[in-house]
Design a protein around this ligand. Structure first.
Ligand code: F6R
Length: 358
C-alpha cells in the first residue's frame, strides 16, 4: 500500500536505498558476488553481448553496456527490442542475449527472444517478476528484487537493473580473471550508492524547489550529459516527459551545438549531469553555451567536480555506477514537476504499466 504517500512513485523512489541493500545481501557472499555459475560461464564464453529492452529498461541497458565493457571486457550492443525484432543486425559468432524487463511481459522484447530461441542462442532475462513470460522463455533469469512497482513510471526497477548488470559484469570479469573486475569493490560501492541515494532522497525538498522555480510553466526542457550521464539524460528526459508532459530531450552535451541549440531561448530549462571525469570540464563549457543564450541551467554534479552554485551535489561513487545516484534527483524532479501541476503522477495519460502489444 501507499501508506502515508500520496503517490506510489515517490514511495518507490524512496525505496531505492533498501533495494540496494537487498541486492547486497542476496547477490553477495561476504564481499564476493554470487551469481549462478551457468550464467557466468555462458556469458564469459561470449564474444558479444546483445542487450534488448524498451523504454526505461533500454536506458538501463545503455548504462549496463558501459559497466559490462569496463568490468567484463566484452563488447556490448544495446538495442531497442521493437527495432531489433524485425531487423536483426549481423550477429557475432558467439552472441549472448540479455533481456531487461521490469514486467517480463513486454511484447516487443518477446518478439526478439522468440527468434533467439529459434536460433538456439543463450539468453538471460533480468526481470522484477518471477515466472514472467520473458523469464520462462529465456535460458536464464536474474531477479531484480526491487519489490512490486506500481507507479506507471519506472524508478526502482531502473536502478535495480543497473545494479544487477554490475553484479553480473563483476562475476564474469572475475571468471575471466581480469584484475579490474577482481579489484572492483562492488559491495562497498553498493553501500556507498545506498547511502548516497538516501542523502538525495532526504534532500528532496531542494528538488521540489527546483521544479517549482524552473518547470512549472515551461513547455519544453533539455537534459545534457556525456558518457554514462548521456544515458541518464535520456532516462531523465523520458521520466519528465511521461509524468509532467513537458517535452524534454536528452542530449549528448557536446552535440547540442550541432543544431539543436537553436531551440534554446530565454528561460529554457536545461538540466546538466556531470559525473564523467574525462569530460567534466568540457561539459562546463557546454553549460556556458546554453546559458549565454538565456537557458535556465540546473546542474547535478558529482562531489569531486562540484563548484559553488551547483544545484545538486551527487555523492561520489564509481563513475560507471554513478547513474545509481544521479537517477534519484532525475526521478524526483519529474515527480515534483508532475505533482505541482496537479497531475495524476502514478497514472500518466495514454500509458499502461506493461505494454503487451507490439
Ligand atoms: C517508463 C517505463 C517504460 C518501461 C517499458 C519497458 O517509465 O516504465 O518505458 O520501461 O515499457 O517495460 P518493461 O521493463 O516492463 O519491459
Amino acid at each position: 500500500s501507499k501508506g502515508t504517500y500520496e503517490f506510489y512513485m515517490l514511495k518507490e523512489i524512496d525505496e531505492q536505498p533498501a533495494v540496494m541493500r537487498r541486492l547486497s545481501q542476496d547477490y553477495f557472499d561476504g564481499d564476493d558476488v554470487k551469481v549462478d555459475p551457468a550464467i557466468v560461464d555462458a556469458m564469459a564464453q561470449s564474444d558479444r553481448i546483445y542487450i534488448l529492452a524498451a523504454g526505461t529498461s533500454y536506458h538501463a541497458g545503455l548504462v549496463g553496456k558501459n559497466i559490462i565493457e569496463e568490468y567484463a571486457d566484452i563488447p556490448v550492443e544495446v538495442g531497442l527490442a521493437s527495432e531489433f525484432g524485425y531487423h536483426f543486425p549481423k550477429l557475432s559468432k558467439k552472441p549472448f542475449f540479455i533481456f531487461l524487463s521490469q514486467s517480463g511481459e513486454t511484447a516487443d522484447s518477446r518478439v526478439v527472444l522468440k527468434q533467439v530461441n529459434e536460433r538456439n542462442l543463450p539468453s538471460l532475462t533480468m526481470t522484477n517478476v518471477e515466472g514472467s513470460t520473458l523469464s520462462r522463455e529465456a535460458t536464464y533469469t536474474m531477479l531484480l528484487e526491487a519489490g512490486p512497482e506500481i507507479a506507471v513510471a519506472s524508478t526502482k526497477a531502473y536502478t535495480a537493473q543497473i545494479a544487477v548488470q554490475a553484479i553480473l559484469a563483476k562475476a564474469v570479469g572475475e571468471k575471466k580473471n581480469l584484475e579490474k573486475a577482481k579489484n572492483f569493490d562492488l559491495k562497498n560501492q553498493f553501500a556507498l550508492a545506498a547511502e548516497g541515494m538516501q542523502e538525495l532522497v532526504d534532500g528532496k525538498e531542494k528538488i521540489d524547489e527546483l521544479a517549482k522555480k524552473y518547470l512549472s510553466t515551461t513547455r519544453n526542457a533539455f537534459y545534457l550529459g556525456r558518457g554514462v550521464d548521456y544515458a541518464v539524460a535520456l532516462e531523465g528526459a523520458l521520466k519528465l516527459k511521461e509524468v509532467s508532459y513537458i517535452e524534454t530531450e536528452g542530449f549528448a552535451a557536446a552535440e547540442l551545438k550541432h543544431g539543436t541549440i537553436a531551440l534554446i531561448e530565454k528561460g529554457t530549462p536545461v538540466i546538466t549531469l556531470i559525473n564523467d571525469p574525462a569530460t567534466a570540464d568540457l561539459t562546463r563549457g557546454n553549460i556556458q553555451e546554453v546559458e549565454s543564450r538565456g537557458a535556465n541551467v540546473m546542474t547535478f554534479v558529482a562531489k569531486d567536480f562540484a563548484r559553488e552554485g551547483d544545484d545538486v551535489v551527487l555523492p561520489q561513487i564509481d563513475y560507471y555506477l554513478s547513474p545509481l545516484v544521479t537517477a534519484i534527483p532525475a526521478q524526483l524532479i519529474a515527480y515534483y514537476a508532475s505533482k505541482n501541476k496537479g497531475l495524476d503522477v502514478d497514472k500518466p495519460r495514454n500509458l499502461a504499466k506493461s505494454v503487451t502489444v507490439e
